[in-house]
Design a protein around this ligand. Structure first.
Ligand code: AMP
Ligand code: MG
Length: 473
């Protein structure tokens, strides 16, 4: 049976300057590497044979009802504004309304050149494709909003980076692909009609209770505050928080050099291109405020009185750090077993983090071991930890069932960088076993790992450590 996708497209009906109509470029010999049956079911796909899926999700066959297009957007990349980015290697096939009534985008990343490709080849190689598949599915399993992975297909064609690498495409599913940079695109062009159309569309799709740009700004800020606090609570470093990689939906989007940290240090950076640490672990809570200030700026032209709007929006953006702080405190309090965070709990968390930074303690395992009662093993200076432990125990005396709370807030498993790299090497050599093993183990990150998966919880040996990650190009 051929694959059927119940498309119900809306973005394709926006004005023509929102996108370029573009079909995926065919590839030599597509082969399905991975397919997300549960997600396909959620989307109401009639999923077809493996060959059929490979044909559709490589872009070789455009399924009935698709309206393929590349979206236009702009964005600040590392603080510098680029008025014209757009999908340079991604093509939106269309949207479906899923079984829960949610509208979802289905997009192929690595589908060939588009009018926005600039110097790029429009392609992706297997490494970043499998990386994004695994990391986004792990993020979802951790309960943090994210785009999802529906399919990974090998193209059977080489992609030329530093060397010839096996090409692949990722089919990604998102609440939408509207970015802060999409608003900036129209604002920078002073295209007020476009900006209005985008605002109306975004409001209806993502913020149905909002009425004004001020409402949308506030709700978008709230979602991003929650998202970044969620990332920080699991040691996640996005790595390229450019405004074109900040989604209005509040989902994590664009896993390029993204990484989960092993040993804790607040200024950890993995991305090879982030030389100044703009997007370091700790800076994420500041950069997201900067990004939302760019959204605010792009919304100003929608307001009748620009000066009044600037004053109001500035106040809203200035209130964002306190929201992040609150979300962060709630998340990290739960990580040490506290339900209702109160004054002083922040200090308790920060004192533990300071000890962890000093010891270079493993972020994931230290928090997980708090509930297991073995956290002190992570601190060579047991005295410092013992003093903290005593204060902590005193605070926990007034909490009910802190252990269950900690187990639910502290994943036992994360996609560790060295495992991800080894998985990619195996896949390139034709062995998808490690990919499927990781994917399966990471689908229940808060459970105690099965005996055969305990090795996945082990931090890297010094020689296994991955110190740099690269953009998904
Ligand atoms: P990123 O920050 O990785 O999300 O990408 C920044 C911009 O570069 C986006 O407009 C991408 O579409 C574009 N881009 C990245 N890789 C390629 C590629 N291989 N070919 C064409 N465009 C690309
Ligand atoms: Mg991007």
């Amino acid at each position: 049976m051929t694959l059927m996708i119940p498309f119900d497209n809306s973005y394709a009906h926006l004005p023509e300057n929102f996108f370029s109509r573009q079909s995926p470029a065919p590839v030599a010999s597509p082969e399905l590497l991975a397919f997300n049956d549960a997600l396909a079911d959620e989307l109401g796909l009639d999923a077809g044979t493996a060959q059929d899926r490979a044909e559709v999700f490589s872009g070789n066959r455009t399924p009935q009802g698709a309206a393929p297009l590349a979206q236009a957007y702009a964005g600040h990349q590392f603080g510098g504004f680029n008025p014209q980015l757009g999908d340079g290697r991604a093509i939106l096939l269309g949207e479906v309304v899923d079984r829960n009534g949610q509208r979802r985008d289905i997009q192929i990343k690595g589908a060939g050149r588009t009018p926005y490709s600039r110097m790029g080849d429009g392609r992706a190689w297997m490494g970043p494709v499998l990386r994004e598949y695994l990391l986004s599915e792990a993020m979802h399993a951790m309960g943090i909003p994210t785009t999802r992975a529906l399919a990974a297909v090998a193209t059977g064609e080489p992609v030329y980076r530093d060397a010839a690498l096996p090409g692949a495409a990722l089919t990604r599913v998102a609440a939408s692909h509207i970015r802060v940079g999409t608003f900036q695109y129209f604002a920078a062009r002073q295209d007020l009609d476009g900006l209005k159309a985008l605002f109306d569309y975004t409001r209806a799709r993502h913020f149905p209770q909002a009425r004004t740009p001020q409402d949308v700004l506030e709700q978008a800020i709230e979602r991003q505050a929650e998202l970044v606090a969620g990332w920080m609570s699991v040691g996640f470093i996005h790595g390229v928080m450019n405004t074109d990689n900040t989604a209005l939906s509040g989902e994590t989007i664009d896993y390029g050099p993204a990484a989960f940290m092993d040993s804790y240090h607040p200024v950890t950076v993995y991305s090879s291109i982030d030389r100044n640490g703009r997007y370091s672990y700790d800076n994420q809570s500041r950069v997201i405020v900067w990004n939302m200030a760019q959204l605010a700026g792009a919304l100003v032209p929608l307001m009748p009185d620009n000066d009044a709007a600037i004053a109001d929006f500035t106040e809203t953006v200035n209130a964002m750090p306190a929201r992040i702080e609150a979300a962060w405190r709630r998340r990290f309090a739960a990580k040490i077993g506290i339900a209702g965070a109160r004054d002083g709990d922040e200090t308790l968390v920060n004192d533990l983090l300071a000890l962890m930074a000093e010891a270079g303690a493993d972020f994931t395992n230290t928090f997980r071991d708090l509930a297991r009662g073995t956290a002190r093993d992570h601190f060579p200076d047991a005295g410092g930890y013992e003093r903290w432990h005593a204060r902590w125990q005193e605070r926990l005396a007034s909490e009910t069932d802190p252990n269950a709370r900690m187990m639910a807030a502290n994943p036992a498993l994360i996609p560790r960088n060295h495992r991800v790299e080894a998985m990619i090497q195996a896949a390139v050599a034709g062995d998808m076993g490690p990919f499927h093993r990781l994917l399966s183990a990471l689908s229940t990150p808060y459970d105690e790992p099965a005996p055969e998966n305990r090795d996945l919880a082990t931090p890297p040996q010094p020689h296994e450590e991955v110190r740099q990650t690269f953009c998904g190009t």
